[in-house]
Design a protein around this ligand. Structure first.
Ligand code: ATP
Length: 238
């Protein structure tokens, strides 16, 4: 399914638009990155798409259907998954219980879905009975993504999946995101690690002050002098 966000306006406080005329699209099996400076509105964009921040203007369409302002639980039912940056697992529950929570709308499908998830991420099998709170950051991120995948979404929204992880764990996480994309899911990912994000994304958007300032393939943006100057630092860093 294609996700189309057009001229979106959203914010928390009256009169302050954090997302301010932002347009992004992501198609089936596509990994689309969102990068930009702190406070640009990246997380707010994902939350607005997922019905967690009030939308003041513009539209969100899924497979051509208007889903603007729909509530999160309704969006899950329509095939949208969201992995927030913080508190994305239930620490006192086991991994398996976390995955069950992901499927609370359709508990009868648990056996079928868990086997699909274990096919995609076999390592979950090795710690499925452990409490999520006892896992490493990378493992917790994997559980959070797996939980969002339990309903078999066609669109997955990821908010800074590499945050707080060591470089090795970040690489593992990006590899897993690639596997998710290859399974046909459309992935829209906000990332702090801009350079790495551009290396692995099919396409990306640079957000600035709530707007999509630049867009292109990861390869184009990573070599774009404006993007380098404003967001990536010197070319020598690459
Ligand atoms: N719950 C909230 N209430 C009011 N303002 C908020 C809230 N959450 C975020 N903001 C404000 O919205 C602005 C954009 O925040 P957002 O988290 O979307 O940016 P971001 O691009 O994801 O930045 P970062 O990379 O720092 O996470 C910030 O100025 C922030 O202070």
């Amino acid at each position: 399914m294609t996700l189309e966000v057009t001229d979106l306006v959203a914010g928390y406080l009256p009169g302050v638009n954090i997302v301010d005329g932002c347009s992004v699209t992501a198609g089936p099996g596509e990994l689309v990155g969102i990068i930009g400076p702190n406070g640009a509105g990246k997380s707010t964009l994902l939350k607005a798409i997922f019905g967690l921040v009030r939308i003041r203007g513009g539209s969100v369409r899924l497979a051509g259907e208007d889903i603007t302002g729909h509530k999160a639980n309704e969006l899950v039912g329509r095939g949208v998954g969201f992995v927030p940056q913080n508190d994305n697992v239930f620490a006192t529950m086991t991994v398996e219980e976390n995955l069950q929570m992901g499927l609370y709308l359709k508990p009868k499908q648990f056996t079928e879905r868990i086997s699909a998830i274990l096919d995609l991420f076999p390592e979950i099998g090795t710690f499925r009975r452990r409490k999520a709170g006892s896992l490493s950051g990378g493992e917790r991120q994997l559980v959070a993504m797996a939980r969002a995948l339990m309903t078999g979404p066609s669109v997955l929204l990821l908010d800074e999946p590499s945050a707080g992880l060591s470089p090795v764990r970040q690489d593992e996480t990006f590899l897993r995101i690639h596997q998710i994309k290859r399974s046909g899911v459309c992935v829209l990912m906000v990332e702090q690690n801009a350079r790495r994000c551009l290396q692995i994304c099919d396409r990306a958007y640079v957000l600035d002050q709530g707007r999509d300032a630049y867009t292109g393939t990861g390869e184009e943006l990573i070599h774009d002098p404006n993007v380098i100057r404003l967001y990536l630092g010197s070319i020598a860093e690459s």
